[in-house]
Design a protein around this ligand. Sequence first.
Ligand code: FE2
Ligand code: FE2
Length: 507
Amino acid sequence: MEIEEIIAYALTKKILIDKDAAGILSKREDGYNIIDALEKRSVFFINRDKVNEFLAETETKTHPEEKEQEELKVEIVESRFKPFARDIESRIKIDERTDITGKSQSHGTMDDFLTYFKDKFEKQKKIILENRTPNLIELAKIPRVSRNKIIDVIGMVYEKNETKNGHIILEIDDPTGKAKVLILKDRTNLINISKYIMEDDVLQFNATVGKDLLVANEIKFPDMPIRAPRTISEDIKFVATSDLHLGHKKFLDSGFDKFLEWLNGKTGSERQKELAGKVKYLLIGGDCVDGIGVYPGQEEELVLKDIYKQYELFEDLVMKIPEYIQILIGPGNHDAVRIEDPQPRINEKYLSRLAQLNNVHLISSPSNFSIHGINVTFYHGYSMDPMISSLPHLSYSKPEDVMVEYLRRRHVVPRYGSTERARALMFPEREDILSIQTPPDILVAGHLHKNGYTSYRSTLVVNPGCWQKRTEFQIKMGHMPTPGIVPVIGLNDLGIKEMKFMTGESI
Ligand SMILES: [Fe+2]
Ligand SMILES: [Fe+2]
């Protein structure tokens, strides 16, 4: 028998089987019978352990009565878990408009950057005008406005400087022209806002026309609208996780196994099992594998040095997740897609088994989708590093603060930047799909390997940590990751329950 035949036979029984197990069964004459027997035990995923367990049981038992009793016990244990989410119909919609896969038209030329920044300006302006109605004047028309008149303008910051007297001068532009905006040092409120301003921010100014410049009275970011949080009546859960870094020696395998067991109702207290049964959606937010050649010296830290083997292991693990859970998988900077944002979906050639499953959805980064009418924006978070370099109040220990800056700007890569240190890796697409057009109910990122949550203007902000123990690089940089902690989000109240699967700890 061929391995593929075994896999196909198992699929007809709605059973998933990993390559290892299929290999063992393909060498046995009773391979199909074993699948039949496991089907009777309501097994929906077969791996090497399951096969070995079954063979040990059937081949060494000498007393048939004893065997029957054992099997009965297994059936009772497995049927006790009655997941609530199994009977809930999935309602998931993925917004194709913000998926760049196969649609990139940019070559990274000067013209492409110009087109990108024009579109960014228009998109951010549209967001500003959604909630406000300023009396706008284009920058080119300012010289015709009489002095001391108060006007409203929208501009993109291309330079920010402090004068020797402590005032701040912003140089801004729009598609028609340029202007200078002065922020006086005694306007404490504005000076405080200016600390948050970076190059490439699109801002709204209320200002008094002066000689050759505008004097700022008010500065506003595009920002999120004020609204009530959106929840649903059904008590179903959305689990966010990210940054597995499979293939790296620091992957927290025992913790992840425990997480999978919990999702299958096989570990935890009765309450924890009940919680697991409510999980209907699961997002894996990038850095699924550690990749190859991502940083110098990486090879020495890898246990799997082949990208296909890394994704094979990823598939083996994801296939252990119950089939009634809808799984969304996005890319990160370690995955086998282009590193520049926006990132396309992970290519199906790496995930051929998962791509066949109806409950698995490959998504881009950023990506927008709705689950049961709740809008979720996912972005892996590669721009967090330049954001932390650019804004003094941000740090590696609070990813949620960086994410709030995304929401304030309604953009996930707000700064392309002019300096090497603070420059984001971004590809100038014709349309700026990095702009957060629809206000999300939940914003999920990853990348910093640190759990962090907050709420900003009724949007729940979630960073789900990682599955990689502290690396040499993180020790050197002083970063403290929080591996093995999984936030379980209630769609009925946007509340978070953390499940902890660290090594050596019982959940
Ligand atoms: Fe990561
Ligand atoms: Fe990352």
